[in-house]
Design a protein around this ligand. Structure first.
Ligand code: ZN
Length: 416
């Protein structure tokens, strides 16, 4: 089968490291890598218009097949002419399979899946072993209940592919089983083997669906395999070997929760994956260390909903660390959130004004805060790309992280 759905070229490899710059080409445009892929879970980047996403430098967004399948439905997206038309974003779009959401449902049904953040994984780990979990995994697929209305659903690798092809993003993820970071080794192995078996089924189904697109004169779509294996070195290496030997367009790396894990987990995987295919670190990008370590250990793209979620809570990035804009100390602070930030918010508004909007529950506050945080992470990854191009990556990493975290805290990311 001819599959021109995705092309990737490494442009510059930083000598003696896994860090590189590159270019991903899709039918909806190119992505210069390393890149931050903006979180667009429900076919929207929360509180922002597509024009605002483009203006802040977003090259691509990632939507979630699980959410869209439940609401408004894959059929509706297909009838609308696909996700690009539906959300009016004529640039590359990734879709996540929903494996993470199904995993989260097992633990956080009542809190809503947004409640599962990296910081609550302790609770999450307990819940996966509890009888109250609402997702049941079998070799065939996953039985779960909708977080919207509690209806019973069954997701298989095949219907994940069918759903994702109807949504029609440029790049899909295989349906995988994510395990709790604290799961038993025995269970991690079982889940990894199931993820591999599901990936084979995803690939067969995906190729069949692409043949149908091509027969209709439509562009084909790309599929990434998703490497799992938790924190177990032998499993990660086995998973990377499995995926590297198969004809995926690129690779997602799932199940990484903290930046401290990257120098081991991500390195094990990227030392094995083929160098000529792109690698996406799923769900990581809540703080600058994620990007510097991810890129250093061979990641090309990142996605994370944390920057906009934090923005909506008033937690804003600055080059000197994160601030909470609701703090009373900013009431008369008539300078930008960050004087060095080039975003629309910082060019036009003060901390005092953004704080006022938060205190008055004005929705513009959410938009201005989201523009700022998204610009901060997009620009951080862009500047990392430039530092690889001009050979200053390690100096830049040290300077950035020491300023952001303070010299002491930054050490743990610098020795890595
Ligand atoms: Zn800004």
């Amino acid at each position: 089968m001819t599959n021109k759905s995705l092309n990737f070229n490494v442009i510059k490899q930083l000598d003696g490291t896994l860090a590189r710059t590159g270019l991903i080409k899709t039918p909806h445009g190119d992505i210069k890598t390393p890149a931050f892929i903006v979180g667009g879970t429900q076919a929207t980047v929360k509180t922002l218009t597509p024009e605002q996403v483009i203006q802040l430098g977003g090259q691509s967004v990632l939507v979630n097949a699980y959410h869209l399948m439940l609401r408004p439905s894959a059929e509706l997206l297909s009838a609308a002419g696909g996700i690009h038309k539906f959300m009016n974003f004529n640039h590359p779009i990734f879709s996540d399979s929903g494996g993470f959401q199904v995993f989260s449902l097992g633990m956080a049904y009542k809190k809503g899946i947004d409640a599962i953040s990296h910081s609550t994984k302790g609770d999450a780990s307990q819940a996966i072993n509890s009888k109250s979990q609402l997702a049941k995994v079998t070799d065939e697929g996953v039985h779960f209940r909708s977080h919207l209305d509690g209806s019973k659903l069954f997701m298989t690798p095949e219907n994940s592919m069918e759903v994702q092809h109807k949504i029609a993003a440029d790049i899909h993820m295989c349906f995988d089983e994510l395990t709790s970071p604290l799961a038993e080794r025995e269970y991690i192995k079982k889940a990894m083997n199931r993820t591999h078996a599901w990936a084979e089924r995803c690939l067969i189904c995906h190729n069949k669906l692409n043949d149908e697109h091509l027969a209709l004169g439509e562009s084909s779509q790309a599929l990434y395999g998703v490497v799992q294996g938790a924190r177990e070195e032998d499993f990660r290496k086995a998973s990377a070997t499995f995926f590297g030997q198969r004809d995926f367009d690129g690779y997602g790396i799932g199940g990484v929760f903290e930046p401290e894990e990257i120098p081991s987990t991500v390195r094990w995987v990227n030392e094995i994956l083929p160098i000529d295919k792109p690698r996406h670190l799923l769900g990581m990008g809540a703080q600058p260390a994620d990007f510097f370590l991810g890129v250093q250990y061979g990641i090309d793209t990142f996605d994370c909903v944390a920057p906009t979620r934090q923005a909506r809570n008033g937690a804003l990035f600055t080059y000197d660390g994160r601030i909470n804009i609701k703090n009373s100390g900013y009431a008369q602070y008539f300078t930008p959130i960050d004087a060095e930030c080039d975003c629309y918010t910082c060019k036009n508004f003060t901390r005092a004004y953004v704080r006022h909007l938060f205190m008055a529950n004005e929705t513009l506050g959410l938009t201005l805060a989201s523009i700022h945080n998204e610009r901060f992470v997009v620009r951080t990854v862009d500047s990392i790309r430039e530092s690889i191009e001009n050979g200053s990556f390690f100096e830049y990493k040290k300077r950035f992280l020491e300023r952001y975290y303070g010299v002491d805290v930054a050490q743990k990311f610098l020795i890595a």
